[in-house]
Ligand binder design. Structure first.
Ligand SMILES: CC(C)(COP(=O)(O)OP(=O)(O)OC[C@H]1O[C@@H](n2cnc3c(N)ncnc32)[C@H](O)[C@@H]1OP(=O)(O)O)[C@@H](O)C(=O)NCCC(=O)NCCS
Length: 169
């Protein structure tokens, strides 16, 4: 009997991961604002926790799309990193990760945002099927549509990357 791979596929609501920290001098560049590479590292980590909670497997970062550094983060600011699964493919998923900062009021200002594409893998590093995302609200649907768009763009970029590799550009 031919088994339809979609029949047994789990469906799951989106999961979130969140982390807060205070920005110290060793997180900053020589202007005293937060170093971009450090911020990406933290976003990747929180996104990875979110992806693992959702898939229940290991998950590796396959690409980072549309990374925005919108507002500078200063030494002493409290930042909050929030990640949420917004789209799922078959073995991949897109996690939206946002960073907000608090200065000395409780107002949270959005500073950065990126879409991290993760691929679920087994113990041997082979990609495995992820649960299908349950879209419940209008906001979920809008984020899902963004994820779909990001995915299309990423696939076009992947094609270009393959040409670059082939032609040593
Ligand atoms: C990510 C990785 C596991 C994909 O392996 P692969 O053999 O190319 O996987 P497949 O061709 O079977 O594709 C599996 C899924 O990954 C997606 N994928 C593969 N490469 C991708 C990329 N560069 N960006 C986004 N998605 C990607 C595919 O589109 C596919 O998605 P789908 O099943 O939802 O349609 C592999 O490229 C890898 O190990 N890369 C290094 C990851 C890494 O070291 N990350 C940093 C540390 S965590």
């Amino acid at each position: 009997m031919i088994k339809n791979k979609n029949i047994d596929r789990l469906k799951r609501k989106s999961s979130e991961a969140r982390s807060s920290l205070m920005v110290f001098p060793n997180d900053t560049n020589d202007f005293g604002t937060m170093y971009g590479g450090r911020l990406i590292e933290l976003m990747d980590m929180v996104g990875g926790i979110c992806a693992r909670r959702y898939t229940g497997t290991k998950a590796v970062t396959a690409s980072i799309e549309d990374m925005q550094f919108y507002k500078p983060i200063n030494k002493g600011d409290i930042i909050e990193i929030t990640s949420r699964v917004i789209w799922t493919g078959t073995k991949s998923l897109i996690v939206k990760t946002k960073v907000t900062k608090e200065e000395y009021t409780e107002d949270k200002i959005v500073c950065s945002r990126a879409y991290f594409c993760f691929v679920a893998i087994d113990k041997e590093g082979i990609p495995v099927v992820v649960p299908e995302l349950i879209v419940e609200t209008i906001k979920d649907q809008k984020n899902y549509d963004i994820g779909q768009e990001i995915r299309k763009r990423q696939q076009m970029e992947e094609k270009r990357f393959q040409v670059e590799l082939k032609e040593n550009l």
